[in-house]
Design a protein around this ligand. Sequence first.
Ligand code: AHR
Length: 480
Amino acid sequence: MQGKIEVGREIGATGEKLWGSFVEQMGRAIYGGIYDPQSDRADERGFRKDVLDSVRRLQLPIVRYPGGNFVSGYDWKDGIGTHRPRRLNLAWTQIEPNTIGLHEFYDWSKLAGTEVMMAINLGTATLRDALELVEYTNFPGGTEWSELRRNNGREEPFGFRYWCLGNEMDGLWQIGSMPAAEYAYKAREVSKLIKVIDPQIRTTLVGSSSPYLPTFPEWEKTVLDIAYEQVDYISLHRYYTHVKEGGWRAYLDQDRDLAEYIEKVSEIVQETKARKNSTHDVRLALDEWNVWHVENDSSADRWRVSDVRVENVYNFADAMLIAELVCVMANHCDWVQVGCFAQLINVIGLIMTENGGRMFEQTSYYPFLFASNHLNGKIREVRVVGENADRIRAAWCERKNGYAVLAVNGDERESAQLTLEVSADAEVTAEIMCAAPGDKNSFDEPKKVVPKTAEVMRRGGKMTVEMPPFSMLMLRCEQK
Ligand code: AHR
């Protein structure tokens, strides 16, 4: 199949927080994941150095923390100072030792070169708890909570800018779930007042947990109606899994579902803004997205610190879908401004570790790496023109002195020859990933599925790259 890449109008610029991730106090994300003092790979604080190296390569702009469902039962005061009580983690039937709390996670985030997006408990906690938390983290000093932070070793405010107003409050599984209006009034007050403490704060209102819950889209309409002026983003959560029919083609076609979901929520935001005659803009935070195969969820272990929870090992087909979802996000960057890939470590993670032992990067790590490293800037519409080109998905990003393009050939049988324009003095780097749909990385074979250098044929003002069936390409072109 011959496909010519054509670039069209500018869609928008990627928000600086689009390619973030998420670490929850869940499973082995923290204990056994980022923190493992038993491991000979840990630093003097107990943070795994190999994990930190891998996370740094992702150049994450933001990491959402500490949940997720966990946050709706969490008392942040358990994670500061010297008294660290062991508590029930009711969301995940585990024990939370509170060894890692606010200060420790902040320190880890600095080592990882990223910024924390804090989530506030709106399940069991009150408006007052939220205000005390923000006074503790963001107020310079001279008050009870800000002085306590200083006494606990952090002189300057943490200055957390991005805050989630609870998590999935429409879901019955959520600790303290509640009806839309009740949630919206509570969230509105929290948002209004934490912005009084620190006007730099940007808040995310909870949207429906999924477009397939009966709460959607009434939840969005109600919460936006009540809290529109006080918030900056509304959240979307989306996880994909196997489809019953249609094979890999139908599996990969689920990217269309994400596009529709984003478009529906953005319409509700626009309708709300128009109805209110508002000058304020609300954008979307896709603050949980990934592939999640629920069949691997079961774990007999309960009420321990490092119980295994949802440790999916991803195959190459999963990575292909993730690459397509990346294209959808980039191509909707005018609306989706914040994104958190859920999650970073062990729990449906990009990175997997053994307690005290080895680690590997999943197949899903690479399409995410392509996005976070190269799809930052102005996104333009992109079309692949040619017979049978409908199986190719792409995102095109204008970069300083050049451009980057991610392309995904989801056809299992046909290869694709992509043609792009290139000037004679431009430097081109192209990486290709290609494997059988079921291929995975593992502790024993950590580099089984990794990107390889792709061959680029240049002639005149054109270049051609061959994409084998079922492959993804990351190409960068830079003017010297
Ligand atoms: O990411 C795992 C869980 O999925 C989160 O805790 C929750 O918000 C979602 O349902």
